[in-house]
Structures are given as C-alpha cells and as structure tokens.
Design a protein around this ligand. Structure first.
Ligand code: ACO
Length: 335
C-alpha cells in the first residue's frame, strides 16, 4: 500500500478577459451588484472561433503539469477528467486528452460531479494509487461555460458567475504514510439535484421532442440555480467536510497553511474562513479574476498557490468543494 501525492501542477486560462463592465453592455447588471454578491471582477471566456474547447484547455494545462512532474506522457497510467461541460454528450473528454497526449491505450475516465468534480477525481486517483493498480495518474478539471450561458438579462443571475479555464495535476506514489493525500471525504444528496442543474435535453425529453414543441420560451437548455438555497447548503457542507478532514488528520484549524475552497462565490469562502477563524493568508481565493470555473477552479487555484510559493514541501493543504448534485467533499494533504 502506498499513499499518493501531487508532483506536477498546471493551469490554462483563455486570454479573452470579460470584465463586469463588459457584461453591463449586454445585460441589465452592474459591477457593484456582481462584486458585492460574488466578489467577481472579471472572468475568461473563450473567443468564438478559437481552437480552445474543454478537452483542449485540459491538454494545455496537462502538458505543464506533466513537464513539472518530470515524467513523459507515456508514463501516465490513467486519466481522470472532471467536467460538467464535456466536448460531446458522448464520448467523454478524457479520451480526447489520451489521443492528444499520444498515450497508448491508457484508460481515461470522465468524472461528472460538477463543482466537486476535481475533489472526486483526486480521491479516485488516490484510491487507484493506494491499491498499487496505477502509478501515475493525470487528474484534470476543465470547463467551457461561456458558450452555454444565457448572456441576456434573463440569465444574469447565473451568467455573471461562471468562467472558462482548466487545471491539471499529476499524482504518483508516496512511500510515507505521513505524506501526500492523508484523507478524503465525498458526499452527495440527490434530493436537491434540480436546485442547480441543466436539465434539457434529457432522456424523458430528447432533442426531437424539444424541437417538436418549438417553444421560444423554453430555457431548459440553460443552467438553473436556486442561488440562496445553494448558498445556505454550501456554507454548511463546506464546514462539515473541512472539519472531518481536520479531525482525521489530527490538525487544528490554526495549523492549516492553505485552504483552497472551490471558487463558488467569494462570500461563501469568507463565511467558511470566519467560521474556522482562519487568517486571510490561510485561504486562497482567485474568483475575483476568473469567476467560478466549476471543476477547474480548485486545480487552477492550487496551481497558482503553488506558483506563488504558498504551497510547498511541508505545507498542510485542504481542498474543499460543494456543488450541483448536491455533491461535496474535501481532501487533506501533507505536501
Ligand atoms: N445583476 C443585477 N441584478 C441581479 C443579477 C445580476 N447579475 N442577478 C440577479 N439580480 C437581481 C434579481 O433579479 C433580484 O432582483 P429583485 O429583487 O428585483 O427581484 C435581486 O438581484 C436579488 O436576487 P437574488 O437572487 O435574491 O440575489 P442574491 O442576493 O441571492 O444573490 C447569488 C444571488 C449571488 C447567486 C447568491 O444567491 C449566491 O451567492 N448564491 C450562491 C450560489 C453560488 O455561489 N453559486 C455559484 C455556483 S454553484 C457552486 O459553485 C457551488
């Protein structure tokens, strides 16, 4: 039995910056409203006609992570691809990464757990590495939201929040039981599946039926979010899984070097920070610059924190997420 650890990190953000002022021009919103409610100042949107897609951003982030890990793509034994915006309905985006990185017949699995996708993927990689089945696992979180948002005033409660981007990590074996991923906790509560969802088309209402209805008011193909309900559940579940990870590791909140919460909303992160009595330097936030990139938000933030020297050998790191499903989870890492 091994532990697992992260040895390479990478991120990719499309160049095109969309500020709150840009959104003011196309919908009834304001910089003040967006900043006050979410903390977001700007986000990245893939420009129409660009080569970037969900898998391709994942490939770009992965190449950096693989190079920093000091291995060749051919040494990767498994790809886990977390996204809620896969390139195709099927197949998943992981196989497209396998092809692009030219890894012969490597298994590739998509993880469809929305905002918690990266946490679920790291926990899954950890299990495959612990059993000895695989040695090197590439874990990707990537999202292409902008093309699927209602960018009119009708969709403003959601479309101002989300952005595009990708992050990736390379995980491998760690011999010491006291280092690497120390514990993970994963949860779901399907009774709230529709509170944050995109339900059309679905298997009870396929595309031909939707076309037959020919209803111009049908917006079921845009995401739906019960914002205040999500907020209330998120702050509770974030706190629970962080506490569970701390307890299992035997750490006190003051000992955390960096908490990297899923970048859902700055207000949610601040609520959690206050609850645990954490200092500003103990919590990493970059939602101000990228918006909510769902499954990509934690690997992007983790990569930035590592690049800034805030995650280094000996660091006590916690990743925590909550999102559609509802799903939530955390990972406790002794770096
Ligand atoms: N610009 C201006 N006004 C807006 C906008 C906007 N973009 N969006 C909504 N409004 C208006 C509403 O129409 C409403 O107007 P009314 O009072 O005239 O009816 C008013 O603002 C208040 O709307 P609420 O939805 O009650 O606003 P709230 O204070 O709840 O803030 C928000 C909305 C930011 C979504 C909040 O509920 C929230 O933070 N929820 C958490 C959900 C979240 O963070 N989701 C992220 C994705 S999920 C995840 O990653 C876990």
């Amino acid at each position: 039995m091994y532990n697992s650890k992260i040895i390479g990190l990478g991120k990719y953000l499309p160049e095109n910056v969309v500020t709150n002022a840009d959104l003011e021009k196309i919908m009834d919103t304001s910089d003040a409203w967006i900043q006050e409610r979410t903390g977001i100042k700007e986000r990245r949107h893939i420009l129409k006609g660009s080569d970037d897609t969900t898998y391709y951003m994942g490939v770009k982030a992965s190449k950096i992570a693989i190079e920093r890990a000091g291995i060749s793509p051919q040494e990767i034994d498994l790809i886990l691809f977390a996204t809620l915006s896969p390139d195709y309905y099927f197949p998943g985006s992981g196989v497209l990464v396998q092809e692009a990185l030219e890894i012969p017949n490597c298994p590739a699995m998509d993880i469809r757990m929305q905002c918690s996708g990266f946490v679920y993927a790291v926990a899954t990689a950890d299990q495959f590495i612990k059993t000895g089945m695989y040695k090197n696992v590439l874990v990707i979180g990537s999202e292409y939201h902008s093309g699927g948002l209602d960018m009119t005033s009708r969709g403003r409660n959601i479309s101002v929040i989300f952005g595009d981007g990708a992050g990736a990590v390379l995980m491998t074996r760690e011999k010491s039981k006291k280092k690497g991923i120390l514990n993970s906790q994963l949860h779901s509560e399907g009774k709230y599946a529709q509170e944050l969802s995109l339900i059309g088309p679905n298997t009870r209402r396929w595309v031909p039926e939707i076309m037959e209805e020919n209803n111009p008011d049908d917006i079921s193909y845009f995401p739906h979010m019960n914002g205040q309900f999500v907020f209330k559940n998120a702050v509770v579940r974030f706190s629970e899984v962080i506490m569970a990870g701390l307890k299992k590791a035997g750490w006190r909140p003051q000992e955390i070097d960096i908490l990297i919460p899923h970048q859902a909303n700055l207000r949610i992160s601040q609520f959690v920070q206050k609850k645990f009595g954490l200092a500003d330097k103990q919590v990493y936030n970059n939602i101000q610059r990228y918006g909510n990139t769902t499954a990509a938000s934690i690997p992007i933030a983790l990569t930035e924190a590592w690049e800034e020297g805030k995650v280094k050998k000996g660091s006590k790191v916690i990743l925590a997420a909550f999102g559609s499903g509802f799903t939530w989870g955390s990972i406790t890492i002794q770096w």
